[in-house]
Structure formats: structure tokens, C-alpha cells
Unconditional design. Structure first.
Length: 230
């Protein structure tokens, strides 16, 4: 049985974010620059960034801006969609990087914002297909906190990789289209009064059936009487 408790989802997401922070801390401690591990479009050495770019951040402000979305959106995904969560993360991770490598500007593209945009758009689009209470509640939470991601997929600042945002969002929507029915919908709780069949009216009861029987018997007797007279 797949565990999808909120506590486990938060712990897994926090562990992943901790790895990202450890990588950034190592840059400060050892005075190294890992930006070369980003996606550099249409170059052979830039291909490695498809796997490593979401783990690399350019500055403390950059990683701070991505930390909370990673924690919240990651937790919502892991908690709400236990069967599709890992394939969604893997698909968004790879496809967003491939899209940037093919169509991106000539620069190193780094950061987890492509991944967070992919998860956000997955939560948004999958709720449209599923329309159950849990998916709608998760979508409303994500949209209330990060609804601005619907606009950051377009060019704004030259230093921000909107390409990663755009292809992350596209990958998330594609995942929703492919796997929206993979996770079973939550069971609808039924109350006792809904389970019991409706009883007949205590006054009328089966009187309507008796009246129909009487009418049919009267009709038959009348037909027989006409035949005897003839």
C-alpha cells in the first residue's frame, strides 16, 4: 500500500530541499561555481544540465525564492497523487530541461523554478480533469499561494529563465493529460440515512397498487358481463 500521509510527504520534500541547500552551501564553503552544470542550449556539454540544472542556484536570493514553492507544491503533489507523483516529477524534470536545451537562449539555465512550475500546472490541470473534492482543494491551495506562476511563463526579465518556466508548465500540463485517472478518487462518505432504502409512505403505503388491481378486476368483470349479454 502506498503511503501518502501529509507528514511523510512533508518529510520527503524537506529532505529533497535540504539536498539543494547542501549543494549551494558547498559552493560557499569551497568557493566553487557550479553554474556550468546548468542547461546550455544546443551544446553537448549543456546536455548534462538536463539532469543537474534543477539542483543548482545562482545566488541566495535565487534559492530562497524557490525554497518555499518547492516545499509546498512538492508536499501537495506527494500527498494528493501517490501513484502518479514520481512519474510526474521525472517527466517534468527531463522534459523541461530538453525543451530549454532545444529552444532556450544562449546562456546557462539553472534553478528549480522549472520543476515548481511543472508541479503547479500539473495540480491546476489535473483538477480540471478529475473534479473531485481532494484535487480541487489542492488546486485552490496551490493557486491561492502561487497563482502568479500562470504569468511567469512569459518573458519578463533577461536574467530569469522564462524558458524553464514555460517548458516546465507545458510538461506539467502534459502529465495531467496522460495520468489524470491514474490515482483513484477518494471514497465519498455516506451517512446512515443515505444507505437505508426509503420506506413507503406510512399512510398511503401500497394503496395505489391495490387500487390498480381493483380497477383491472372491475374492467375484466365488465368485459365478461358484456360477452354474456351477447
Amino acid at each position: 500500500m502506498i503511503k501518502s500521509s501529509l507528514k511523510n510527504s512533508m518529510l520527503i520534500t524537506a529532505f529533497a530541499v535540504g539536498i539543494v541547500w547542501c549543494i549551494k552551501s558547498s559552493e560557499f564553503i569551497f568557493l566553487i561555481d557550479l553554474s556550468w552544470l546548468g542547461v546550455y542550449p544546443q551544446t553537448w556539454h549543456g546536455l548534462i544540465g538536463i539532469l543537474t540544472a534543477p539542483l543548482i542556484h545562482g545566488s541566495l536570493e535565487h534559492i530562497f525564492n524557490n525554497t518555499l514553492p518547492m516545499l509546498i507544491l512538492g508536499t501537495l503533489l506527494l500527498y494528493g497523487y501517490p501513484k502518479s507523483r514520481w512519474r510526474v516529477l521525472a517527466t517534468v524534470w527531463l522534459l523541461s530541461g530538453v525543451g530549454v536545451w532545444i529552444f532556450g537562449r544562449e546562456s546557462y539555465h539553472i534553478g528549480a523554478s522549472g520543476l515548481t512550475h511543472g508541479v503547479f500546472f500539473y495540480l491546476l490541470v489535473v483538477s480540471i480533469f478529475r473534479r473531485d473534492k481532494r484535487s480541487v482543494a489542492i488546486m485552490m491551495t496551490a493557486f491561492f499561494l502561487y497563482g502568479g506562476m500562470t504569468m511567469t511563463i512569459f518573458p519578463r526579465e533577461a536574467s530569469i529563465s522564462f524558458e524553464y518556466h514555460f517548458f516546465g508548465a507545458l510538461s506539467g500540463a502534459l502529465c495531467a493529460l496522460l495520468w489524470h485517472s491514474l490515482d483513484p478518487k477518494p471514497m465519498m462518505k455516506k451517512y446512515e440515512w443515505e444507505k437505508q432504502p426509503e420506506a413507503d409512505d406510512p399512510i398511503i403505503g401500497d394503496a395505489w397498487q391495490m387500487e390498480e388491481q381493483l380497477l383491472s378486476s372491475d374492467t375484466k368483470n365488465g368485459n365478461q358481463a358484456i360477452k354474456e349479454e351477447k
